[in-house]
Design a protein around this ligand. Structure first.
Ligand code: AVJ
Length: 337
């Protein structure tokens, strides 16, 4: 078991990545309402903090989806009888939830290979090692790359039937128009009748949501503040983390959890790499993340508007989370999108 690092990532030298980070920080802090893109959560430390979040009592999504994936294995196996078959996972991370699904599927068939895709090479290296332990007979080809480059790579190299996994409500970070664009670009890279198993966090009691993004141990707080630490370390920033507080709140109009860091006082913060000082007013917010919550009807609508037919929806016993099994419909008129 090995993994492939796509050239597009390899060629993005450290310098280019740093320049992109600097540019995004400049854009975000120069906007009338300050923001930072949520992809900057996931450096090595941030990925570890997120792993810790998934184990928190308050953070139900991972637990709920784990319950679903433990249940659906044999049913899902019925949909993937064509041989050979490829299971492609976008944003595999530590693969914790996927392993339970793979185990269940292996009980019914071994006519598939597993292709985890992740942007982080260190996460991929760990995943490959742990899969070798847990699933020694499974054929695995990891790809380190971003979603788009990786799925395009697959489009060109294999004509096998595919089941794409997009788990953990990762789709929730996109606003609705971007989510639709993203799903349709997946559709474009797949063949008629290929499948997508996609996880959505459902709308629910607002107190439950609020607790999930404001845990008692402060791990979510540390996860958010880590973005400022990255600016300090990678861009010579001078943020004092004690002068910012974390706020996660539900916006019922947008149906989304919103995460902010709020400046506790009037302050000026210099960022060396930008040769610039930014001013923060008391109580001024930096917006960091959106986590959209869905209804089953929203999921249906999203599928139909991006060229998929919904074959099945599964929910956990509390009705907190849903995974939909969608099928690519190439009769969907491109013009309807
Ligand atoms: C990985 C994007 C699904 O939005 O719930 C967890 C990230 N942020 N706690 C989410 C996250 C704060 C998570 N996703």
């Amino acid at each position: 078991m090995t993994y492939l690092v796509l050239d597009s990532i390899r060629n993005q030298t450290q310098d280019a990545l740093k320049e992109q980070f600097a540019f995004d920080v400049l854009m975000g802090f120069s906007a009338p309402s300050k923001y930072l893109p949520s992809k900057y959560f996931y450096d090595a430390k941030g990925s570890k903090l997120f792993e810790q979040i998934t184990g928190l009592e308050e953070y139900y999504p991972t637990r709920c989806e784990f319950e679903i994936l433990s249940k659906v294995g044999s049913e899902l196996a019925e949909f993937i009888q064509d041989k050979p078959f490829e299971i492609v996972e976008l944003g595999a991370g530590d693969g914790c939830k996927t392993k339970v699904l793979l185990s269940k599927l292996l009980e019914s068939t071994d006519a598939f290979s597993y292709i985890p895709i992740d942007i982080s090479e260190s996460a991929m290296a760990d995943l490959i090692v742990s899969l070798k332990q847990s699933h020694p007979t499974l054929t695995t080809h990891g790809i380190v790359g971003d979603y788009f480059a990786s799925i395009r790579h697959l489009e060109n190299t294999s004509d096998n039937r595919k089941l794409v996994l997009l788990l953990g409500s990762n789709i929730g970070n996109f606003d609705f128009p971007s989510a639709k664009r993203f799903l349709h670009s997946i559709w474009k890279c797949l063949n008629h009748n290929d499948l997508l198993l996609i996880g959505f966090d459902l709308k629910k009691d607002i107190d439950v949501l609020t607790r999930a993004y404001n845990d008692k141990k402060g791990v979510t707080r540390a996860f958010n503040l880590n973005v400022l630490t990255r600016i300090n370390n990678e861009l010579d920033g001078e943020f004092d983390l004690n002068r910012f507080s974390h706020h996660g709140m539900y916006n019922p109009r947008h149906g989304a959890m919103e995460s902010y860091l709020v400046s506790l006082e009037q302050q000026e913060v210099h960022i060396g790499a930008l040769e610039k000082t930014f001013e923060f007013n008391p109580y001024e917010a930096i917006h960091l993340e959106l986590s959209h919550k869905y209804l089953l009807s929203d999921m249906q609508k999203m599928a139909n508007e991006t060229g998929f037919n919904v074959l099945k929806n599964w929910q956990d016993s509390q009705g907190y989370f849903a995974d939909g099994l969608w099928q690519v419909n190439k009769d969907f008129p491109e013009s309807a999108y």
